[in-house]
Design a protein around this ligand. Structure first.
Ligand SMILES: Nc1ncnc2c1ncn2[C@@H]1O[C@H](COP(=O)(O)OP(=O)(O)OP(=O)(O)O)[C@@H](O)[C@H]1O
Ligand SMILES: [Mg+2]
Length: 505
């Protein structure tokens, strides 16, 4: 008997079908991958299981018995646990406090919290997941993403009187987790399997899916296909089943000529915990920024976008003072932040507003009134380029699927034909086909003379796109190396402090 079975699940949002007659089942002790393009309905299915969204039709059974999940509490009682696409932790509380959130804390006389006992228990729970290295007193938000996820998983095993988790649903847990940390997360998944739990694993990282899942269900436009065993599946086959088209060929990084002019020069820049940054980016160059854990690729980009305290930044040979994001956009810099929901998007506004906001000066008629048709045309054209799936430029951004929100943010950055493009995890949560399109768009933009800086935890992405890579360690640039000839493993070694080979002349 299956631990969970779903049959004929359907859900429409105002005439748009997100799920159509979807069915699948999950066995205890298996990792069941759920894959599909952006907007295919994966998160919708998960939200229904979590009791956050009500299905229009369909049946759900746990251990063969029909259940109705009308609230988060119902889901919890059935042993379902969720790591949603946007991580739900309290970043300002400590690891121990997050672990025991909502449970009774151990107390001493007069009801004072017994912190030592709390930390001892936290250490024991974490050790059970091979994560003894995480200190219970650390503020959760300071930990690398993978550790935050491990704390979340471990917390669902802390007794709260309603039994522990049996089915773990993970919606893109490794988006923006660096490759070495992914291994730790996989260790935790293996431990969950040993405890006879089931895992529903949603990811756009096909290689990951092929490695850790036992079976795969493909969702396409809200319709599910019958699950297939992972053994025997290939990358090309999966992409074809998800998109209905043949998988695109992998392409090679564009080489830049070192003779082109320097468009961005950074000298002695310090700020946001980084010191003494110095490097150059040439016209037409795609420069990668790599590092492990909290190395600071995100902060490096923020420094360039108005966050630097001291140092000199020149654009096209002219020294500039960038004090804030508005000033940066004006000078031809564009930025895709790493956290789309908290830093990037105006969730309650529509796509057109989000895409055109920094460029309103140019779209305004007589400098005052918004040129709506121009705004609409621009949004539509860019949306097509990045495969943004929506009901139109007037759709509210919070109604978009995660990957489509990411594309909206990317469209905004490229909309103003920037001179320098700063990208922090630009394809986080984006499906394989759209990722391919974004990569070719980036090559095209660089080919037209723009400079691109890209920070990514996906080292394959960096090696596939960049001509050179800056490696960050301990708040500094530890080396700058040509990307050609470098393997993901080699890059990871550099991130851990191995020395780069001298670049060939
Ligand atoms: N609250 C909502 N209102 C209107 N439409 C919605 C809402 N939530 C989701 N949708 C639509 O339902 C469809 C499925 O979205 P869903 O979030 O399930 O996709 P997904 O498979 O998780 O995609 P991704 O890989 O990008 O996360 C999309 O077309 C989306 O725009
Ligand atoms: Mg989703």
């Amino acid at each position: 008997m299956s631990l969970l079975s779903i049959a004929g699940l359907s859900k429409s949002y105002g005439g748009v079908a997100a799920l159509r007659d979807a069915s699948f089942d999950v066995e205890a002790g298996e990792v069941h991958a759920l894959v599909g393009e952006n907007g295919a309905g994966k998160s919708t299915l998960i939200k229904i299981l979590a009791g956050a969204v009500r299905a229009d039709a369909g049946r759900i059974a746990v251990d063969g018995a029909p259940v109705s999940i009308l609230s988060a509490r119902d889901a919890h009682r059935l042993g379902l646990r969720f790591l949603h696409q946007e991580l739900n932790v309290l970043p300002r509380l400590s690891v121990a406090e997050n672990l025991f959130l909502g449970r009774a804390y151990p107390t001493r006389i007069f009801g004072l919290i017994d912190w030592r006992a709390l930390h001892d228990r936290a250490r024991a729970v974490l050790a059970g997941f091979g994560a003894a290295n995480i200190a219970p007193g650390t503020i959760l938000g300071r930990l690398p993403t993978a550790d935050q996820i491990i704390v979340r998983i471990a917390s669902t095993f802390v007794e709260d009187g309603s039994g522990h988790g049996r089915l773990f649903v993970m919606d893109e847990p490794t988006a923006a987790v660096s490759s070495d940390e992914v291994e730790r997360l996989f260790g935790v998944i293996a431990e969950l399997k040993r405890r006879d739990c089931a895992i529903v694993y949603v990811s756009h990282q096909i290689d990951e899916v092929l490695r850790i899942s036992d079976r795969i269900t493909v969702l396409r436009d809200g319709v599910s296909e019958a699950a297939t065993p992972t053994a025997g599946a290939t990358r090309a086959l999966l992409i074809e089943r998800m998109t209905g088209r043949a998988a695109p060929e992998a392409s090679v990084a564009a080489a830049t000529s070192s003779r082109s002019a320097v468009s961005l020069a950074v000298q002695g820049v310090t700020g946001l915990g980084l010191s003494d940054l110095a490097f150059e980016v040439r016209e037409g160059e795609i420069l990668g920024v790599a590092g492990v854990g909290d190395a600071g690729g995100d902060r490096l980009l923020k420094c360039l976008f108005g966050g630097a305290r001291t140092g000199e930044i020149s654009i096209a040979g002219r020294s500039v003072r960038i004090r804030n994001p508005a000033g940066a956009w004006r000078r031809g810099l564009a930025y895709v932040p790493g956290e789309r929901r908290s830093e990037g998007l105006f969730l309650s506004h529509d796509i057109a507003f989000n895409v055109t906001l920094p460029h309103l000066g140019r779209l305004a008629r007589l400098g005052v009134f918004l040129n709506r048709p121009a705004e609409r045309a621009k949004t539509l054209a860019l949306g097509r380029r990045v495969r943004l799936r929506s009901s139109g430029p007037r759709q509210n951004v919070w109604r978009l699927s995660g990957g489509n929100q990411q594309k909206a943010m990317f469209a905004r950055a490229v909309a103003g034909a920037p001179r320098v493009l700063l990208l922090d995890e630009p394809t986080r949560g984006v499906d394989v086909a759209a990722k391919f399109d974004i990569h070719s768009l980036l090559r095209e933009i660089a080919g037209a003379g723009a400079s691109i800086l890209i920070s990514s935890s996906d080292h394959e992405e960096l090696l596939g796109l960049c001509s050179r890579i800056l490696v960050l360690r301990e708040g500094r640039v530890s080396c700058a190396t040509p990307a050609s000839g470098l393997t993901p493993a080699g890059l990871l070694a550099l991130c851990y402090g191995a020395r780069a080979k001298e670049p060939q002349p």
